[in-house]
Design a protein around this ligand. Structure first.
Ligand code: SAM
Length: 249
C-alpha cells in the first residue's frame, strides 16, 4: 500500500515518539519536544498532537497537564498504519556536514527506505555523526508525514559493499562519465533497487571499473552536466520514485 498522505493536510503538530504507541499511552514531554509544542506551536490543554513511532503507525494524542516547560500527551486513537515505503536504498559517499544533512533530509522526504554511507578513495569525510543525521531524518519525517523512518546504516567501504551486495537488488550506479539514461534503466529494472552516488571528487578509474564489473550494477546517466553529489542524489531518487516508486499512483 503506497504511502497515503492525509487529505486535507492536518495542521496539528506532529512528533516522533521513540516507543511503541497504543491507545492510552501517556508520554510526559519536557526539553526540546516540549519547547516545540509549547513555545512554537502554542499547544494548550485539550489540543491534538499527532505521534508516530516508526513501529505501529500514526496516532492522535491529546495534550493534558500543560505547564510552562512540560506537558503530557495521552494517546486516544490510531490515525494510520505504518506505511510501506518503496524498496529503495541510497548509497552515497559522505560529503561535507551541511550537504550530507541536506541529502538525508531530501532522501527522507522523497521516500528512501535505507541510506548507506559509502567510503571511497576520494571521500573527504571519514567520520560521520550518525546521531545528528538520524535527528535530521526524524525532523524530515515529522514534517513530510512519514510514519516509517529511513534506516541509516553504518558507513561501509565501497569494496565491502559490493562484496556483500544482495543479488536481488539492482544497483543504479550514477556515473558522470556516461551510462544508460536513468529513467530508461529504472523502468526496465523493477524490484528492489539502490542508487550509488560518488563523492564530490568522483570515483577513481579503478573504483569505476569495480562497480561497472559488478553483476548487479548498471551505469546510469543523469544528463550532460556534472551535478554536485547532493543534487545528483536528489535527482536520481526523484527519477526512481517517478519511474518505479510510489509516485506512480
Ligand atoms: N568527478 C567529477 C568531476 O569532478 O568531474 C564529479 C563528481 S560529481 C560532483 C559527484 C557524483 O555525482 C558522481 O560521482 C556521480 O555519482 C554523480 N553525478 C554527477 N553528475 C552526474 C551525471 N551527469 N550523471 C550521472 N551521475 C552524475
Amino acid at each position: 500500500m503506497p504511502a497515503t498522505p492525509a487529505w486535507p493536510p492536518d495542521s496539528s503538530p506532529r512528533l516522533f515518539a521513540d516507543q511503541v504507541l497504543g491507545c492510552g499511552t501517556q508520554l510526559r514531554l519536557d526539553g526540546a519536544q516540549a519547547h516545540y509544542l509549547l513555545s512554537v506551536m502554542r499547544v494548550k490543554d485539550g489540543d491534538t498532537v499527532r505521534l508516530f513511532d516508526d513501529r505501529t503507525g500514526e496516532w492522535r494524542a491529546v495534550a493534558t497537564q500543560v505547564r510552562k516547560r512540560d506537558l503530557t500527551l495521552e494517546v486516544t486513537d490510531q490515525l494510520r498504519d505504518r506505511e510501506i515505503v518503496p524498496d529503495l536504498w541510497l548509497c552515497i559517499a559522505p560529503t561535507k556536514k551541511g550537504r550530507i544533512d541536506w541529502v538525508i533530509e531530501k532522501a527522507c522526504e522523497l521516500g528512501v527506505d535505507r541510506i548507506l554511507p559509502v567510503l571511497t578513495r576520494r571521500t573527504v569525510v571519514d567520520r560521520l555523526n550518525l546521531d545528528r543525521l538520524r535527528a535530521h531524518a526524524v525532523e524530515a519525517a515529522e514534517q513530510c508525514g512519514r510514519t516509517a523512518l529511513p534506516a541509516l546504516a553504518e558507513p561501509v567501504k565501497l569494496s565491502a559493499m559490493l562484496r556483500d551486495w544482495p543479488a536481488e537488488r539492482t544497483l543504479f550506479f550514477a556515473d558522470e562519465t556516461g551510462g544508460v539514461p536513468a529513467v530508461e534503466a529504472m523502468r526496465s529494472r523493477p524490484g528492489p533497487a539502490a542508487i550509488l552516488i560518488g563523492p564530490e571528487g568522483g570515483f577513481d578509474a579503478e573504483e569505476r571499473d569495480l562497480v561497472r564489473a559488478h553483476l548487479g550494477a548498471i551505469g546510469v546517466s543523469l544528463g550532460p552536466r556534472i551535478l554536485r553529489a547532493d543534487t545528483a542524489a536528489a535527482a536520481a531518487v526523484t527519477l526512481w520514485m517517478a519511474a518505479a516508486g510510489d509516485w506512480r499512483g
